[in-house]
Design a protein around this ligand. Structure first.
Ligand code: DND
Length: 422
């Protein structure tokens, strides 16, 4: 028998998953597809996902009408993180004589080499990869071409029209009170409504500005942080996401030192770079749509800050001015920055993965004087831009001039950065 294993968070399962499973079954000549909802998927540790029982019930409702679809709760019944290697080993024991496949979208295929024991997985299963739009312009074939040779032999591309539908989008539609009709099977839609799933009341629809020390209670902040972290992970490469994780860590350390609200600085840090890897055309189009001030157009690299600040309101109902201003100005700075803004800006410059010459000096200064550290940092940025004959945002000059006296007092061996923060 040819058996396809279809692993997913399924939060919630949608018609894209079902079409994918059907086409993979036909194209891969599978006799059976086993849906395997993940208990705690490795790439989602620390993120908010719906309770395992709900996800399992929805998968069962969705898969119930096709006799060749089966659902397994094996991963859900384990308490530890669900690594696919453990699942395929278990499958091999269940089906010692059969040919095994693992069904996977192009986005996950691109990440596959980083999975736990990826080589070993491919000794047990062949991957059946389906195209998925919106992931760095790569289609499944292009992702395949970038895989190492020994992986490519064990990956089969399935021909399927791309479907731009994702669980994240479905959840955000529910949160904004929009219909999910036809995006999930009817029984799943009924289940979601009946159990009030995904109805976090953070609210894209929330129009009342969220002020500092606002009404958001602790759990709402947790949901807010989780949603923004999830969005950052979707938008960014693993490399950039690791930088963002570092910024969160440094921002919290600085927040403790300077008495800044840790909850809020974490949210700001997750948010600050969500648009950092967008193509210039997309940045310019979004900046126009969102009405970003002209001052930021001086360098396209500056646009991701104000765009992220606007997206906070549009996508997550987050209008807290302390957070949005810090995100808006995190790259260029400005005159009269608040302590909160300085903390984010500096955390971006000193997070652990930064390696430019002089970073250790800025790190040390950061815990003595925010202003001194930032002045040295901005000096380096200005020098870097001048060397490359690039324009300098007037906000950066204003910020730097404000701390001029403090820079003048910095010892001669003071750090000089050679890079532009982002
Ligand atoms: P997702 O969270 O992407 O599932 O997880 C997919 C599987 O990867 C799970 O079994 C995880 O345990 C496993 N994983 C991930 C990372 C590391 C490791 C394992 C490890 O062992 O180290 P979703 O519910 O979001 O999606 C399920 C599948 O459907 C995915 O392959 C996704 O790419 C695909 N998909 C689509 N493909 C094409 N068009 C669409 C799609 N929507 C979802 N519209």
């Amino acid at each position: 028998m040819r058996i396809g294993l279809f692993g997913g968070t399924f939060d919630p399962i949608h018609v894209g998953h079902l079409v994918l499973a059907t086409v993979a079954m036909e194209e891969g000549k599978l006799d059976r597809v086993i849906f395997m909802p993940a208990g705690l998927p490795p790439h989602k540790v620390g993120k908010h996902i719906a309770a395992p029982q709900h996800r399992l019930n929805m998968v069962k409702l969705a898969a119930g009408r096709e006799p060749r679809f089966q659902v397994s709760d094996w991963e859900l019944s384990k308490e530890e993180v669900s690594y696919t290697i453990d699942t395929v080993k278990w499958m091999r024991k269940q089906y010692p004589q059969d040919e095994l496949f693992f069904i996977i979208g192009a986005d996950m295929l691109a990440d596959f080499p980083t999975w736990h024991a990826a080589n070993e997985i491919l000794q047990i299963v062949t991957l059946l990869a389906v195209p998925r739009p919106g992931f760095g312009e790569l289609n499944a074939q292009q992702v395949w071409e970038q895989l190492p040779e020994h992986f490519r032999r064990r990956v089969q591309i399935v021909d399927m029209p791309e479907m731009e539908i994702a669980s994240t989008w479905i959840r955000s539609r529910i949160q904004s009170g929009k219909s999910i009709h036809y995006l999930v099977p009817l029984q799943v839609e009924d289940y979601i409504i009946q159990h009030h799933l995904y109805e976090y009341r953070l609210g894209i629809e929330q129009t009342v500005p969220v002020a500092a020390n606002d009404v958001l209670d602790q759990s709402r902040w947790i949901v807010c942080e989780q949603q923004i972290r999830e969005y950052a992970m979707e938008q960014l490469s693993p490399y950039r996401f690791r930088h963002v994780e570092g910024v969160v860590q440094s921002a919290v350390e600085l927040a403790k030192k300077y008495g800044v609200d840790e909850r809020k600085i974490r949210v700001a840090a997750w948010l600050h770079d969500v648009a950092r890897e967008w193509e210039p055309e997309r940045l310019l189009a979004e900046a126009d749509r969102l009405g970003i001030e002209q001052i930021f157009y001086i360098a396209v690299d500056l646009l991701h800050g104000p765009i992220a600040a606007k997206l906070a309101g549009e996508k997550f109902g987050l209008f807290d001015p302390e957070i949005t201003q810090a995100v808006k100005y995190h790259t260029c700075g400005r005159a009269a920055m608040t302590v909160f803004e300085k903390v984010l800006c500096l955390a971006d410059a000193i997070e652990p993965s930064r390696v430019y010459p002089g970073v250790d000096q800025v790190r040390r200064l950061a815990f003595n004087s925010l202003e001194k550290a930032l002045a040295v940092q901005f000096d380096g940025t200005i020098a870097y831009l001048l060397q490359r004959n690039k324009p300098i945002c007037v906000n950066t000059l204003l910020a730097r001039n404000e701390w001029w006296q403090e820079v003048a007092e910095t010892p001669a061996d003071g750090a000089r950065t050679n890079g532009n923060n982002s």
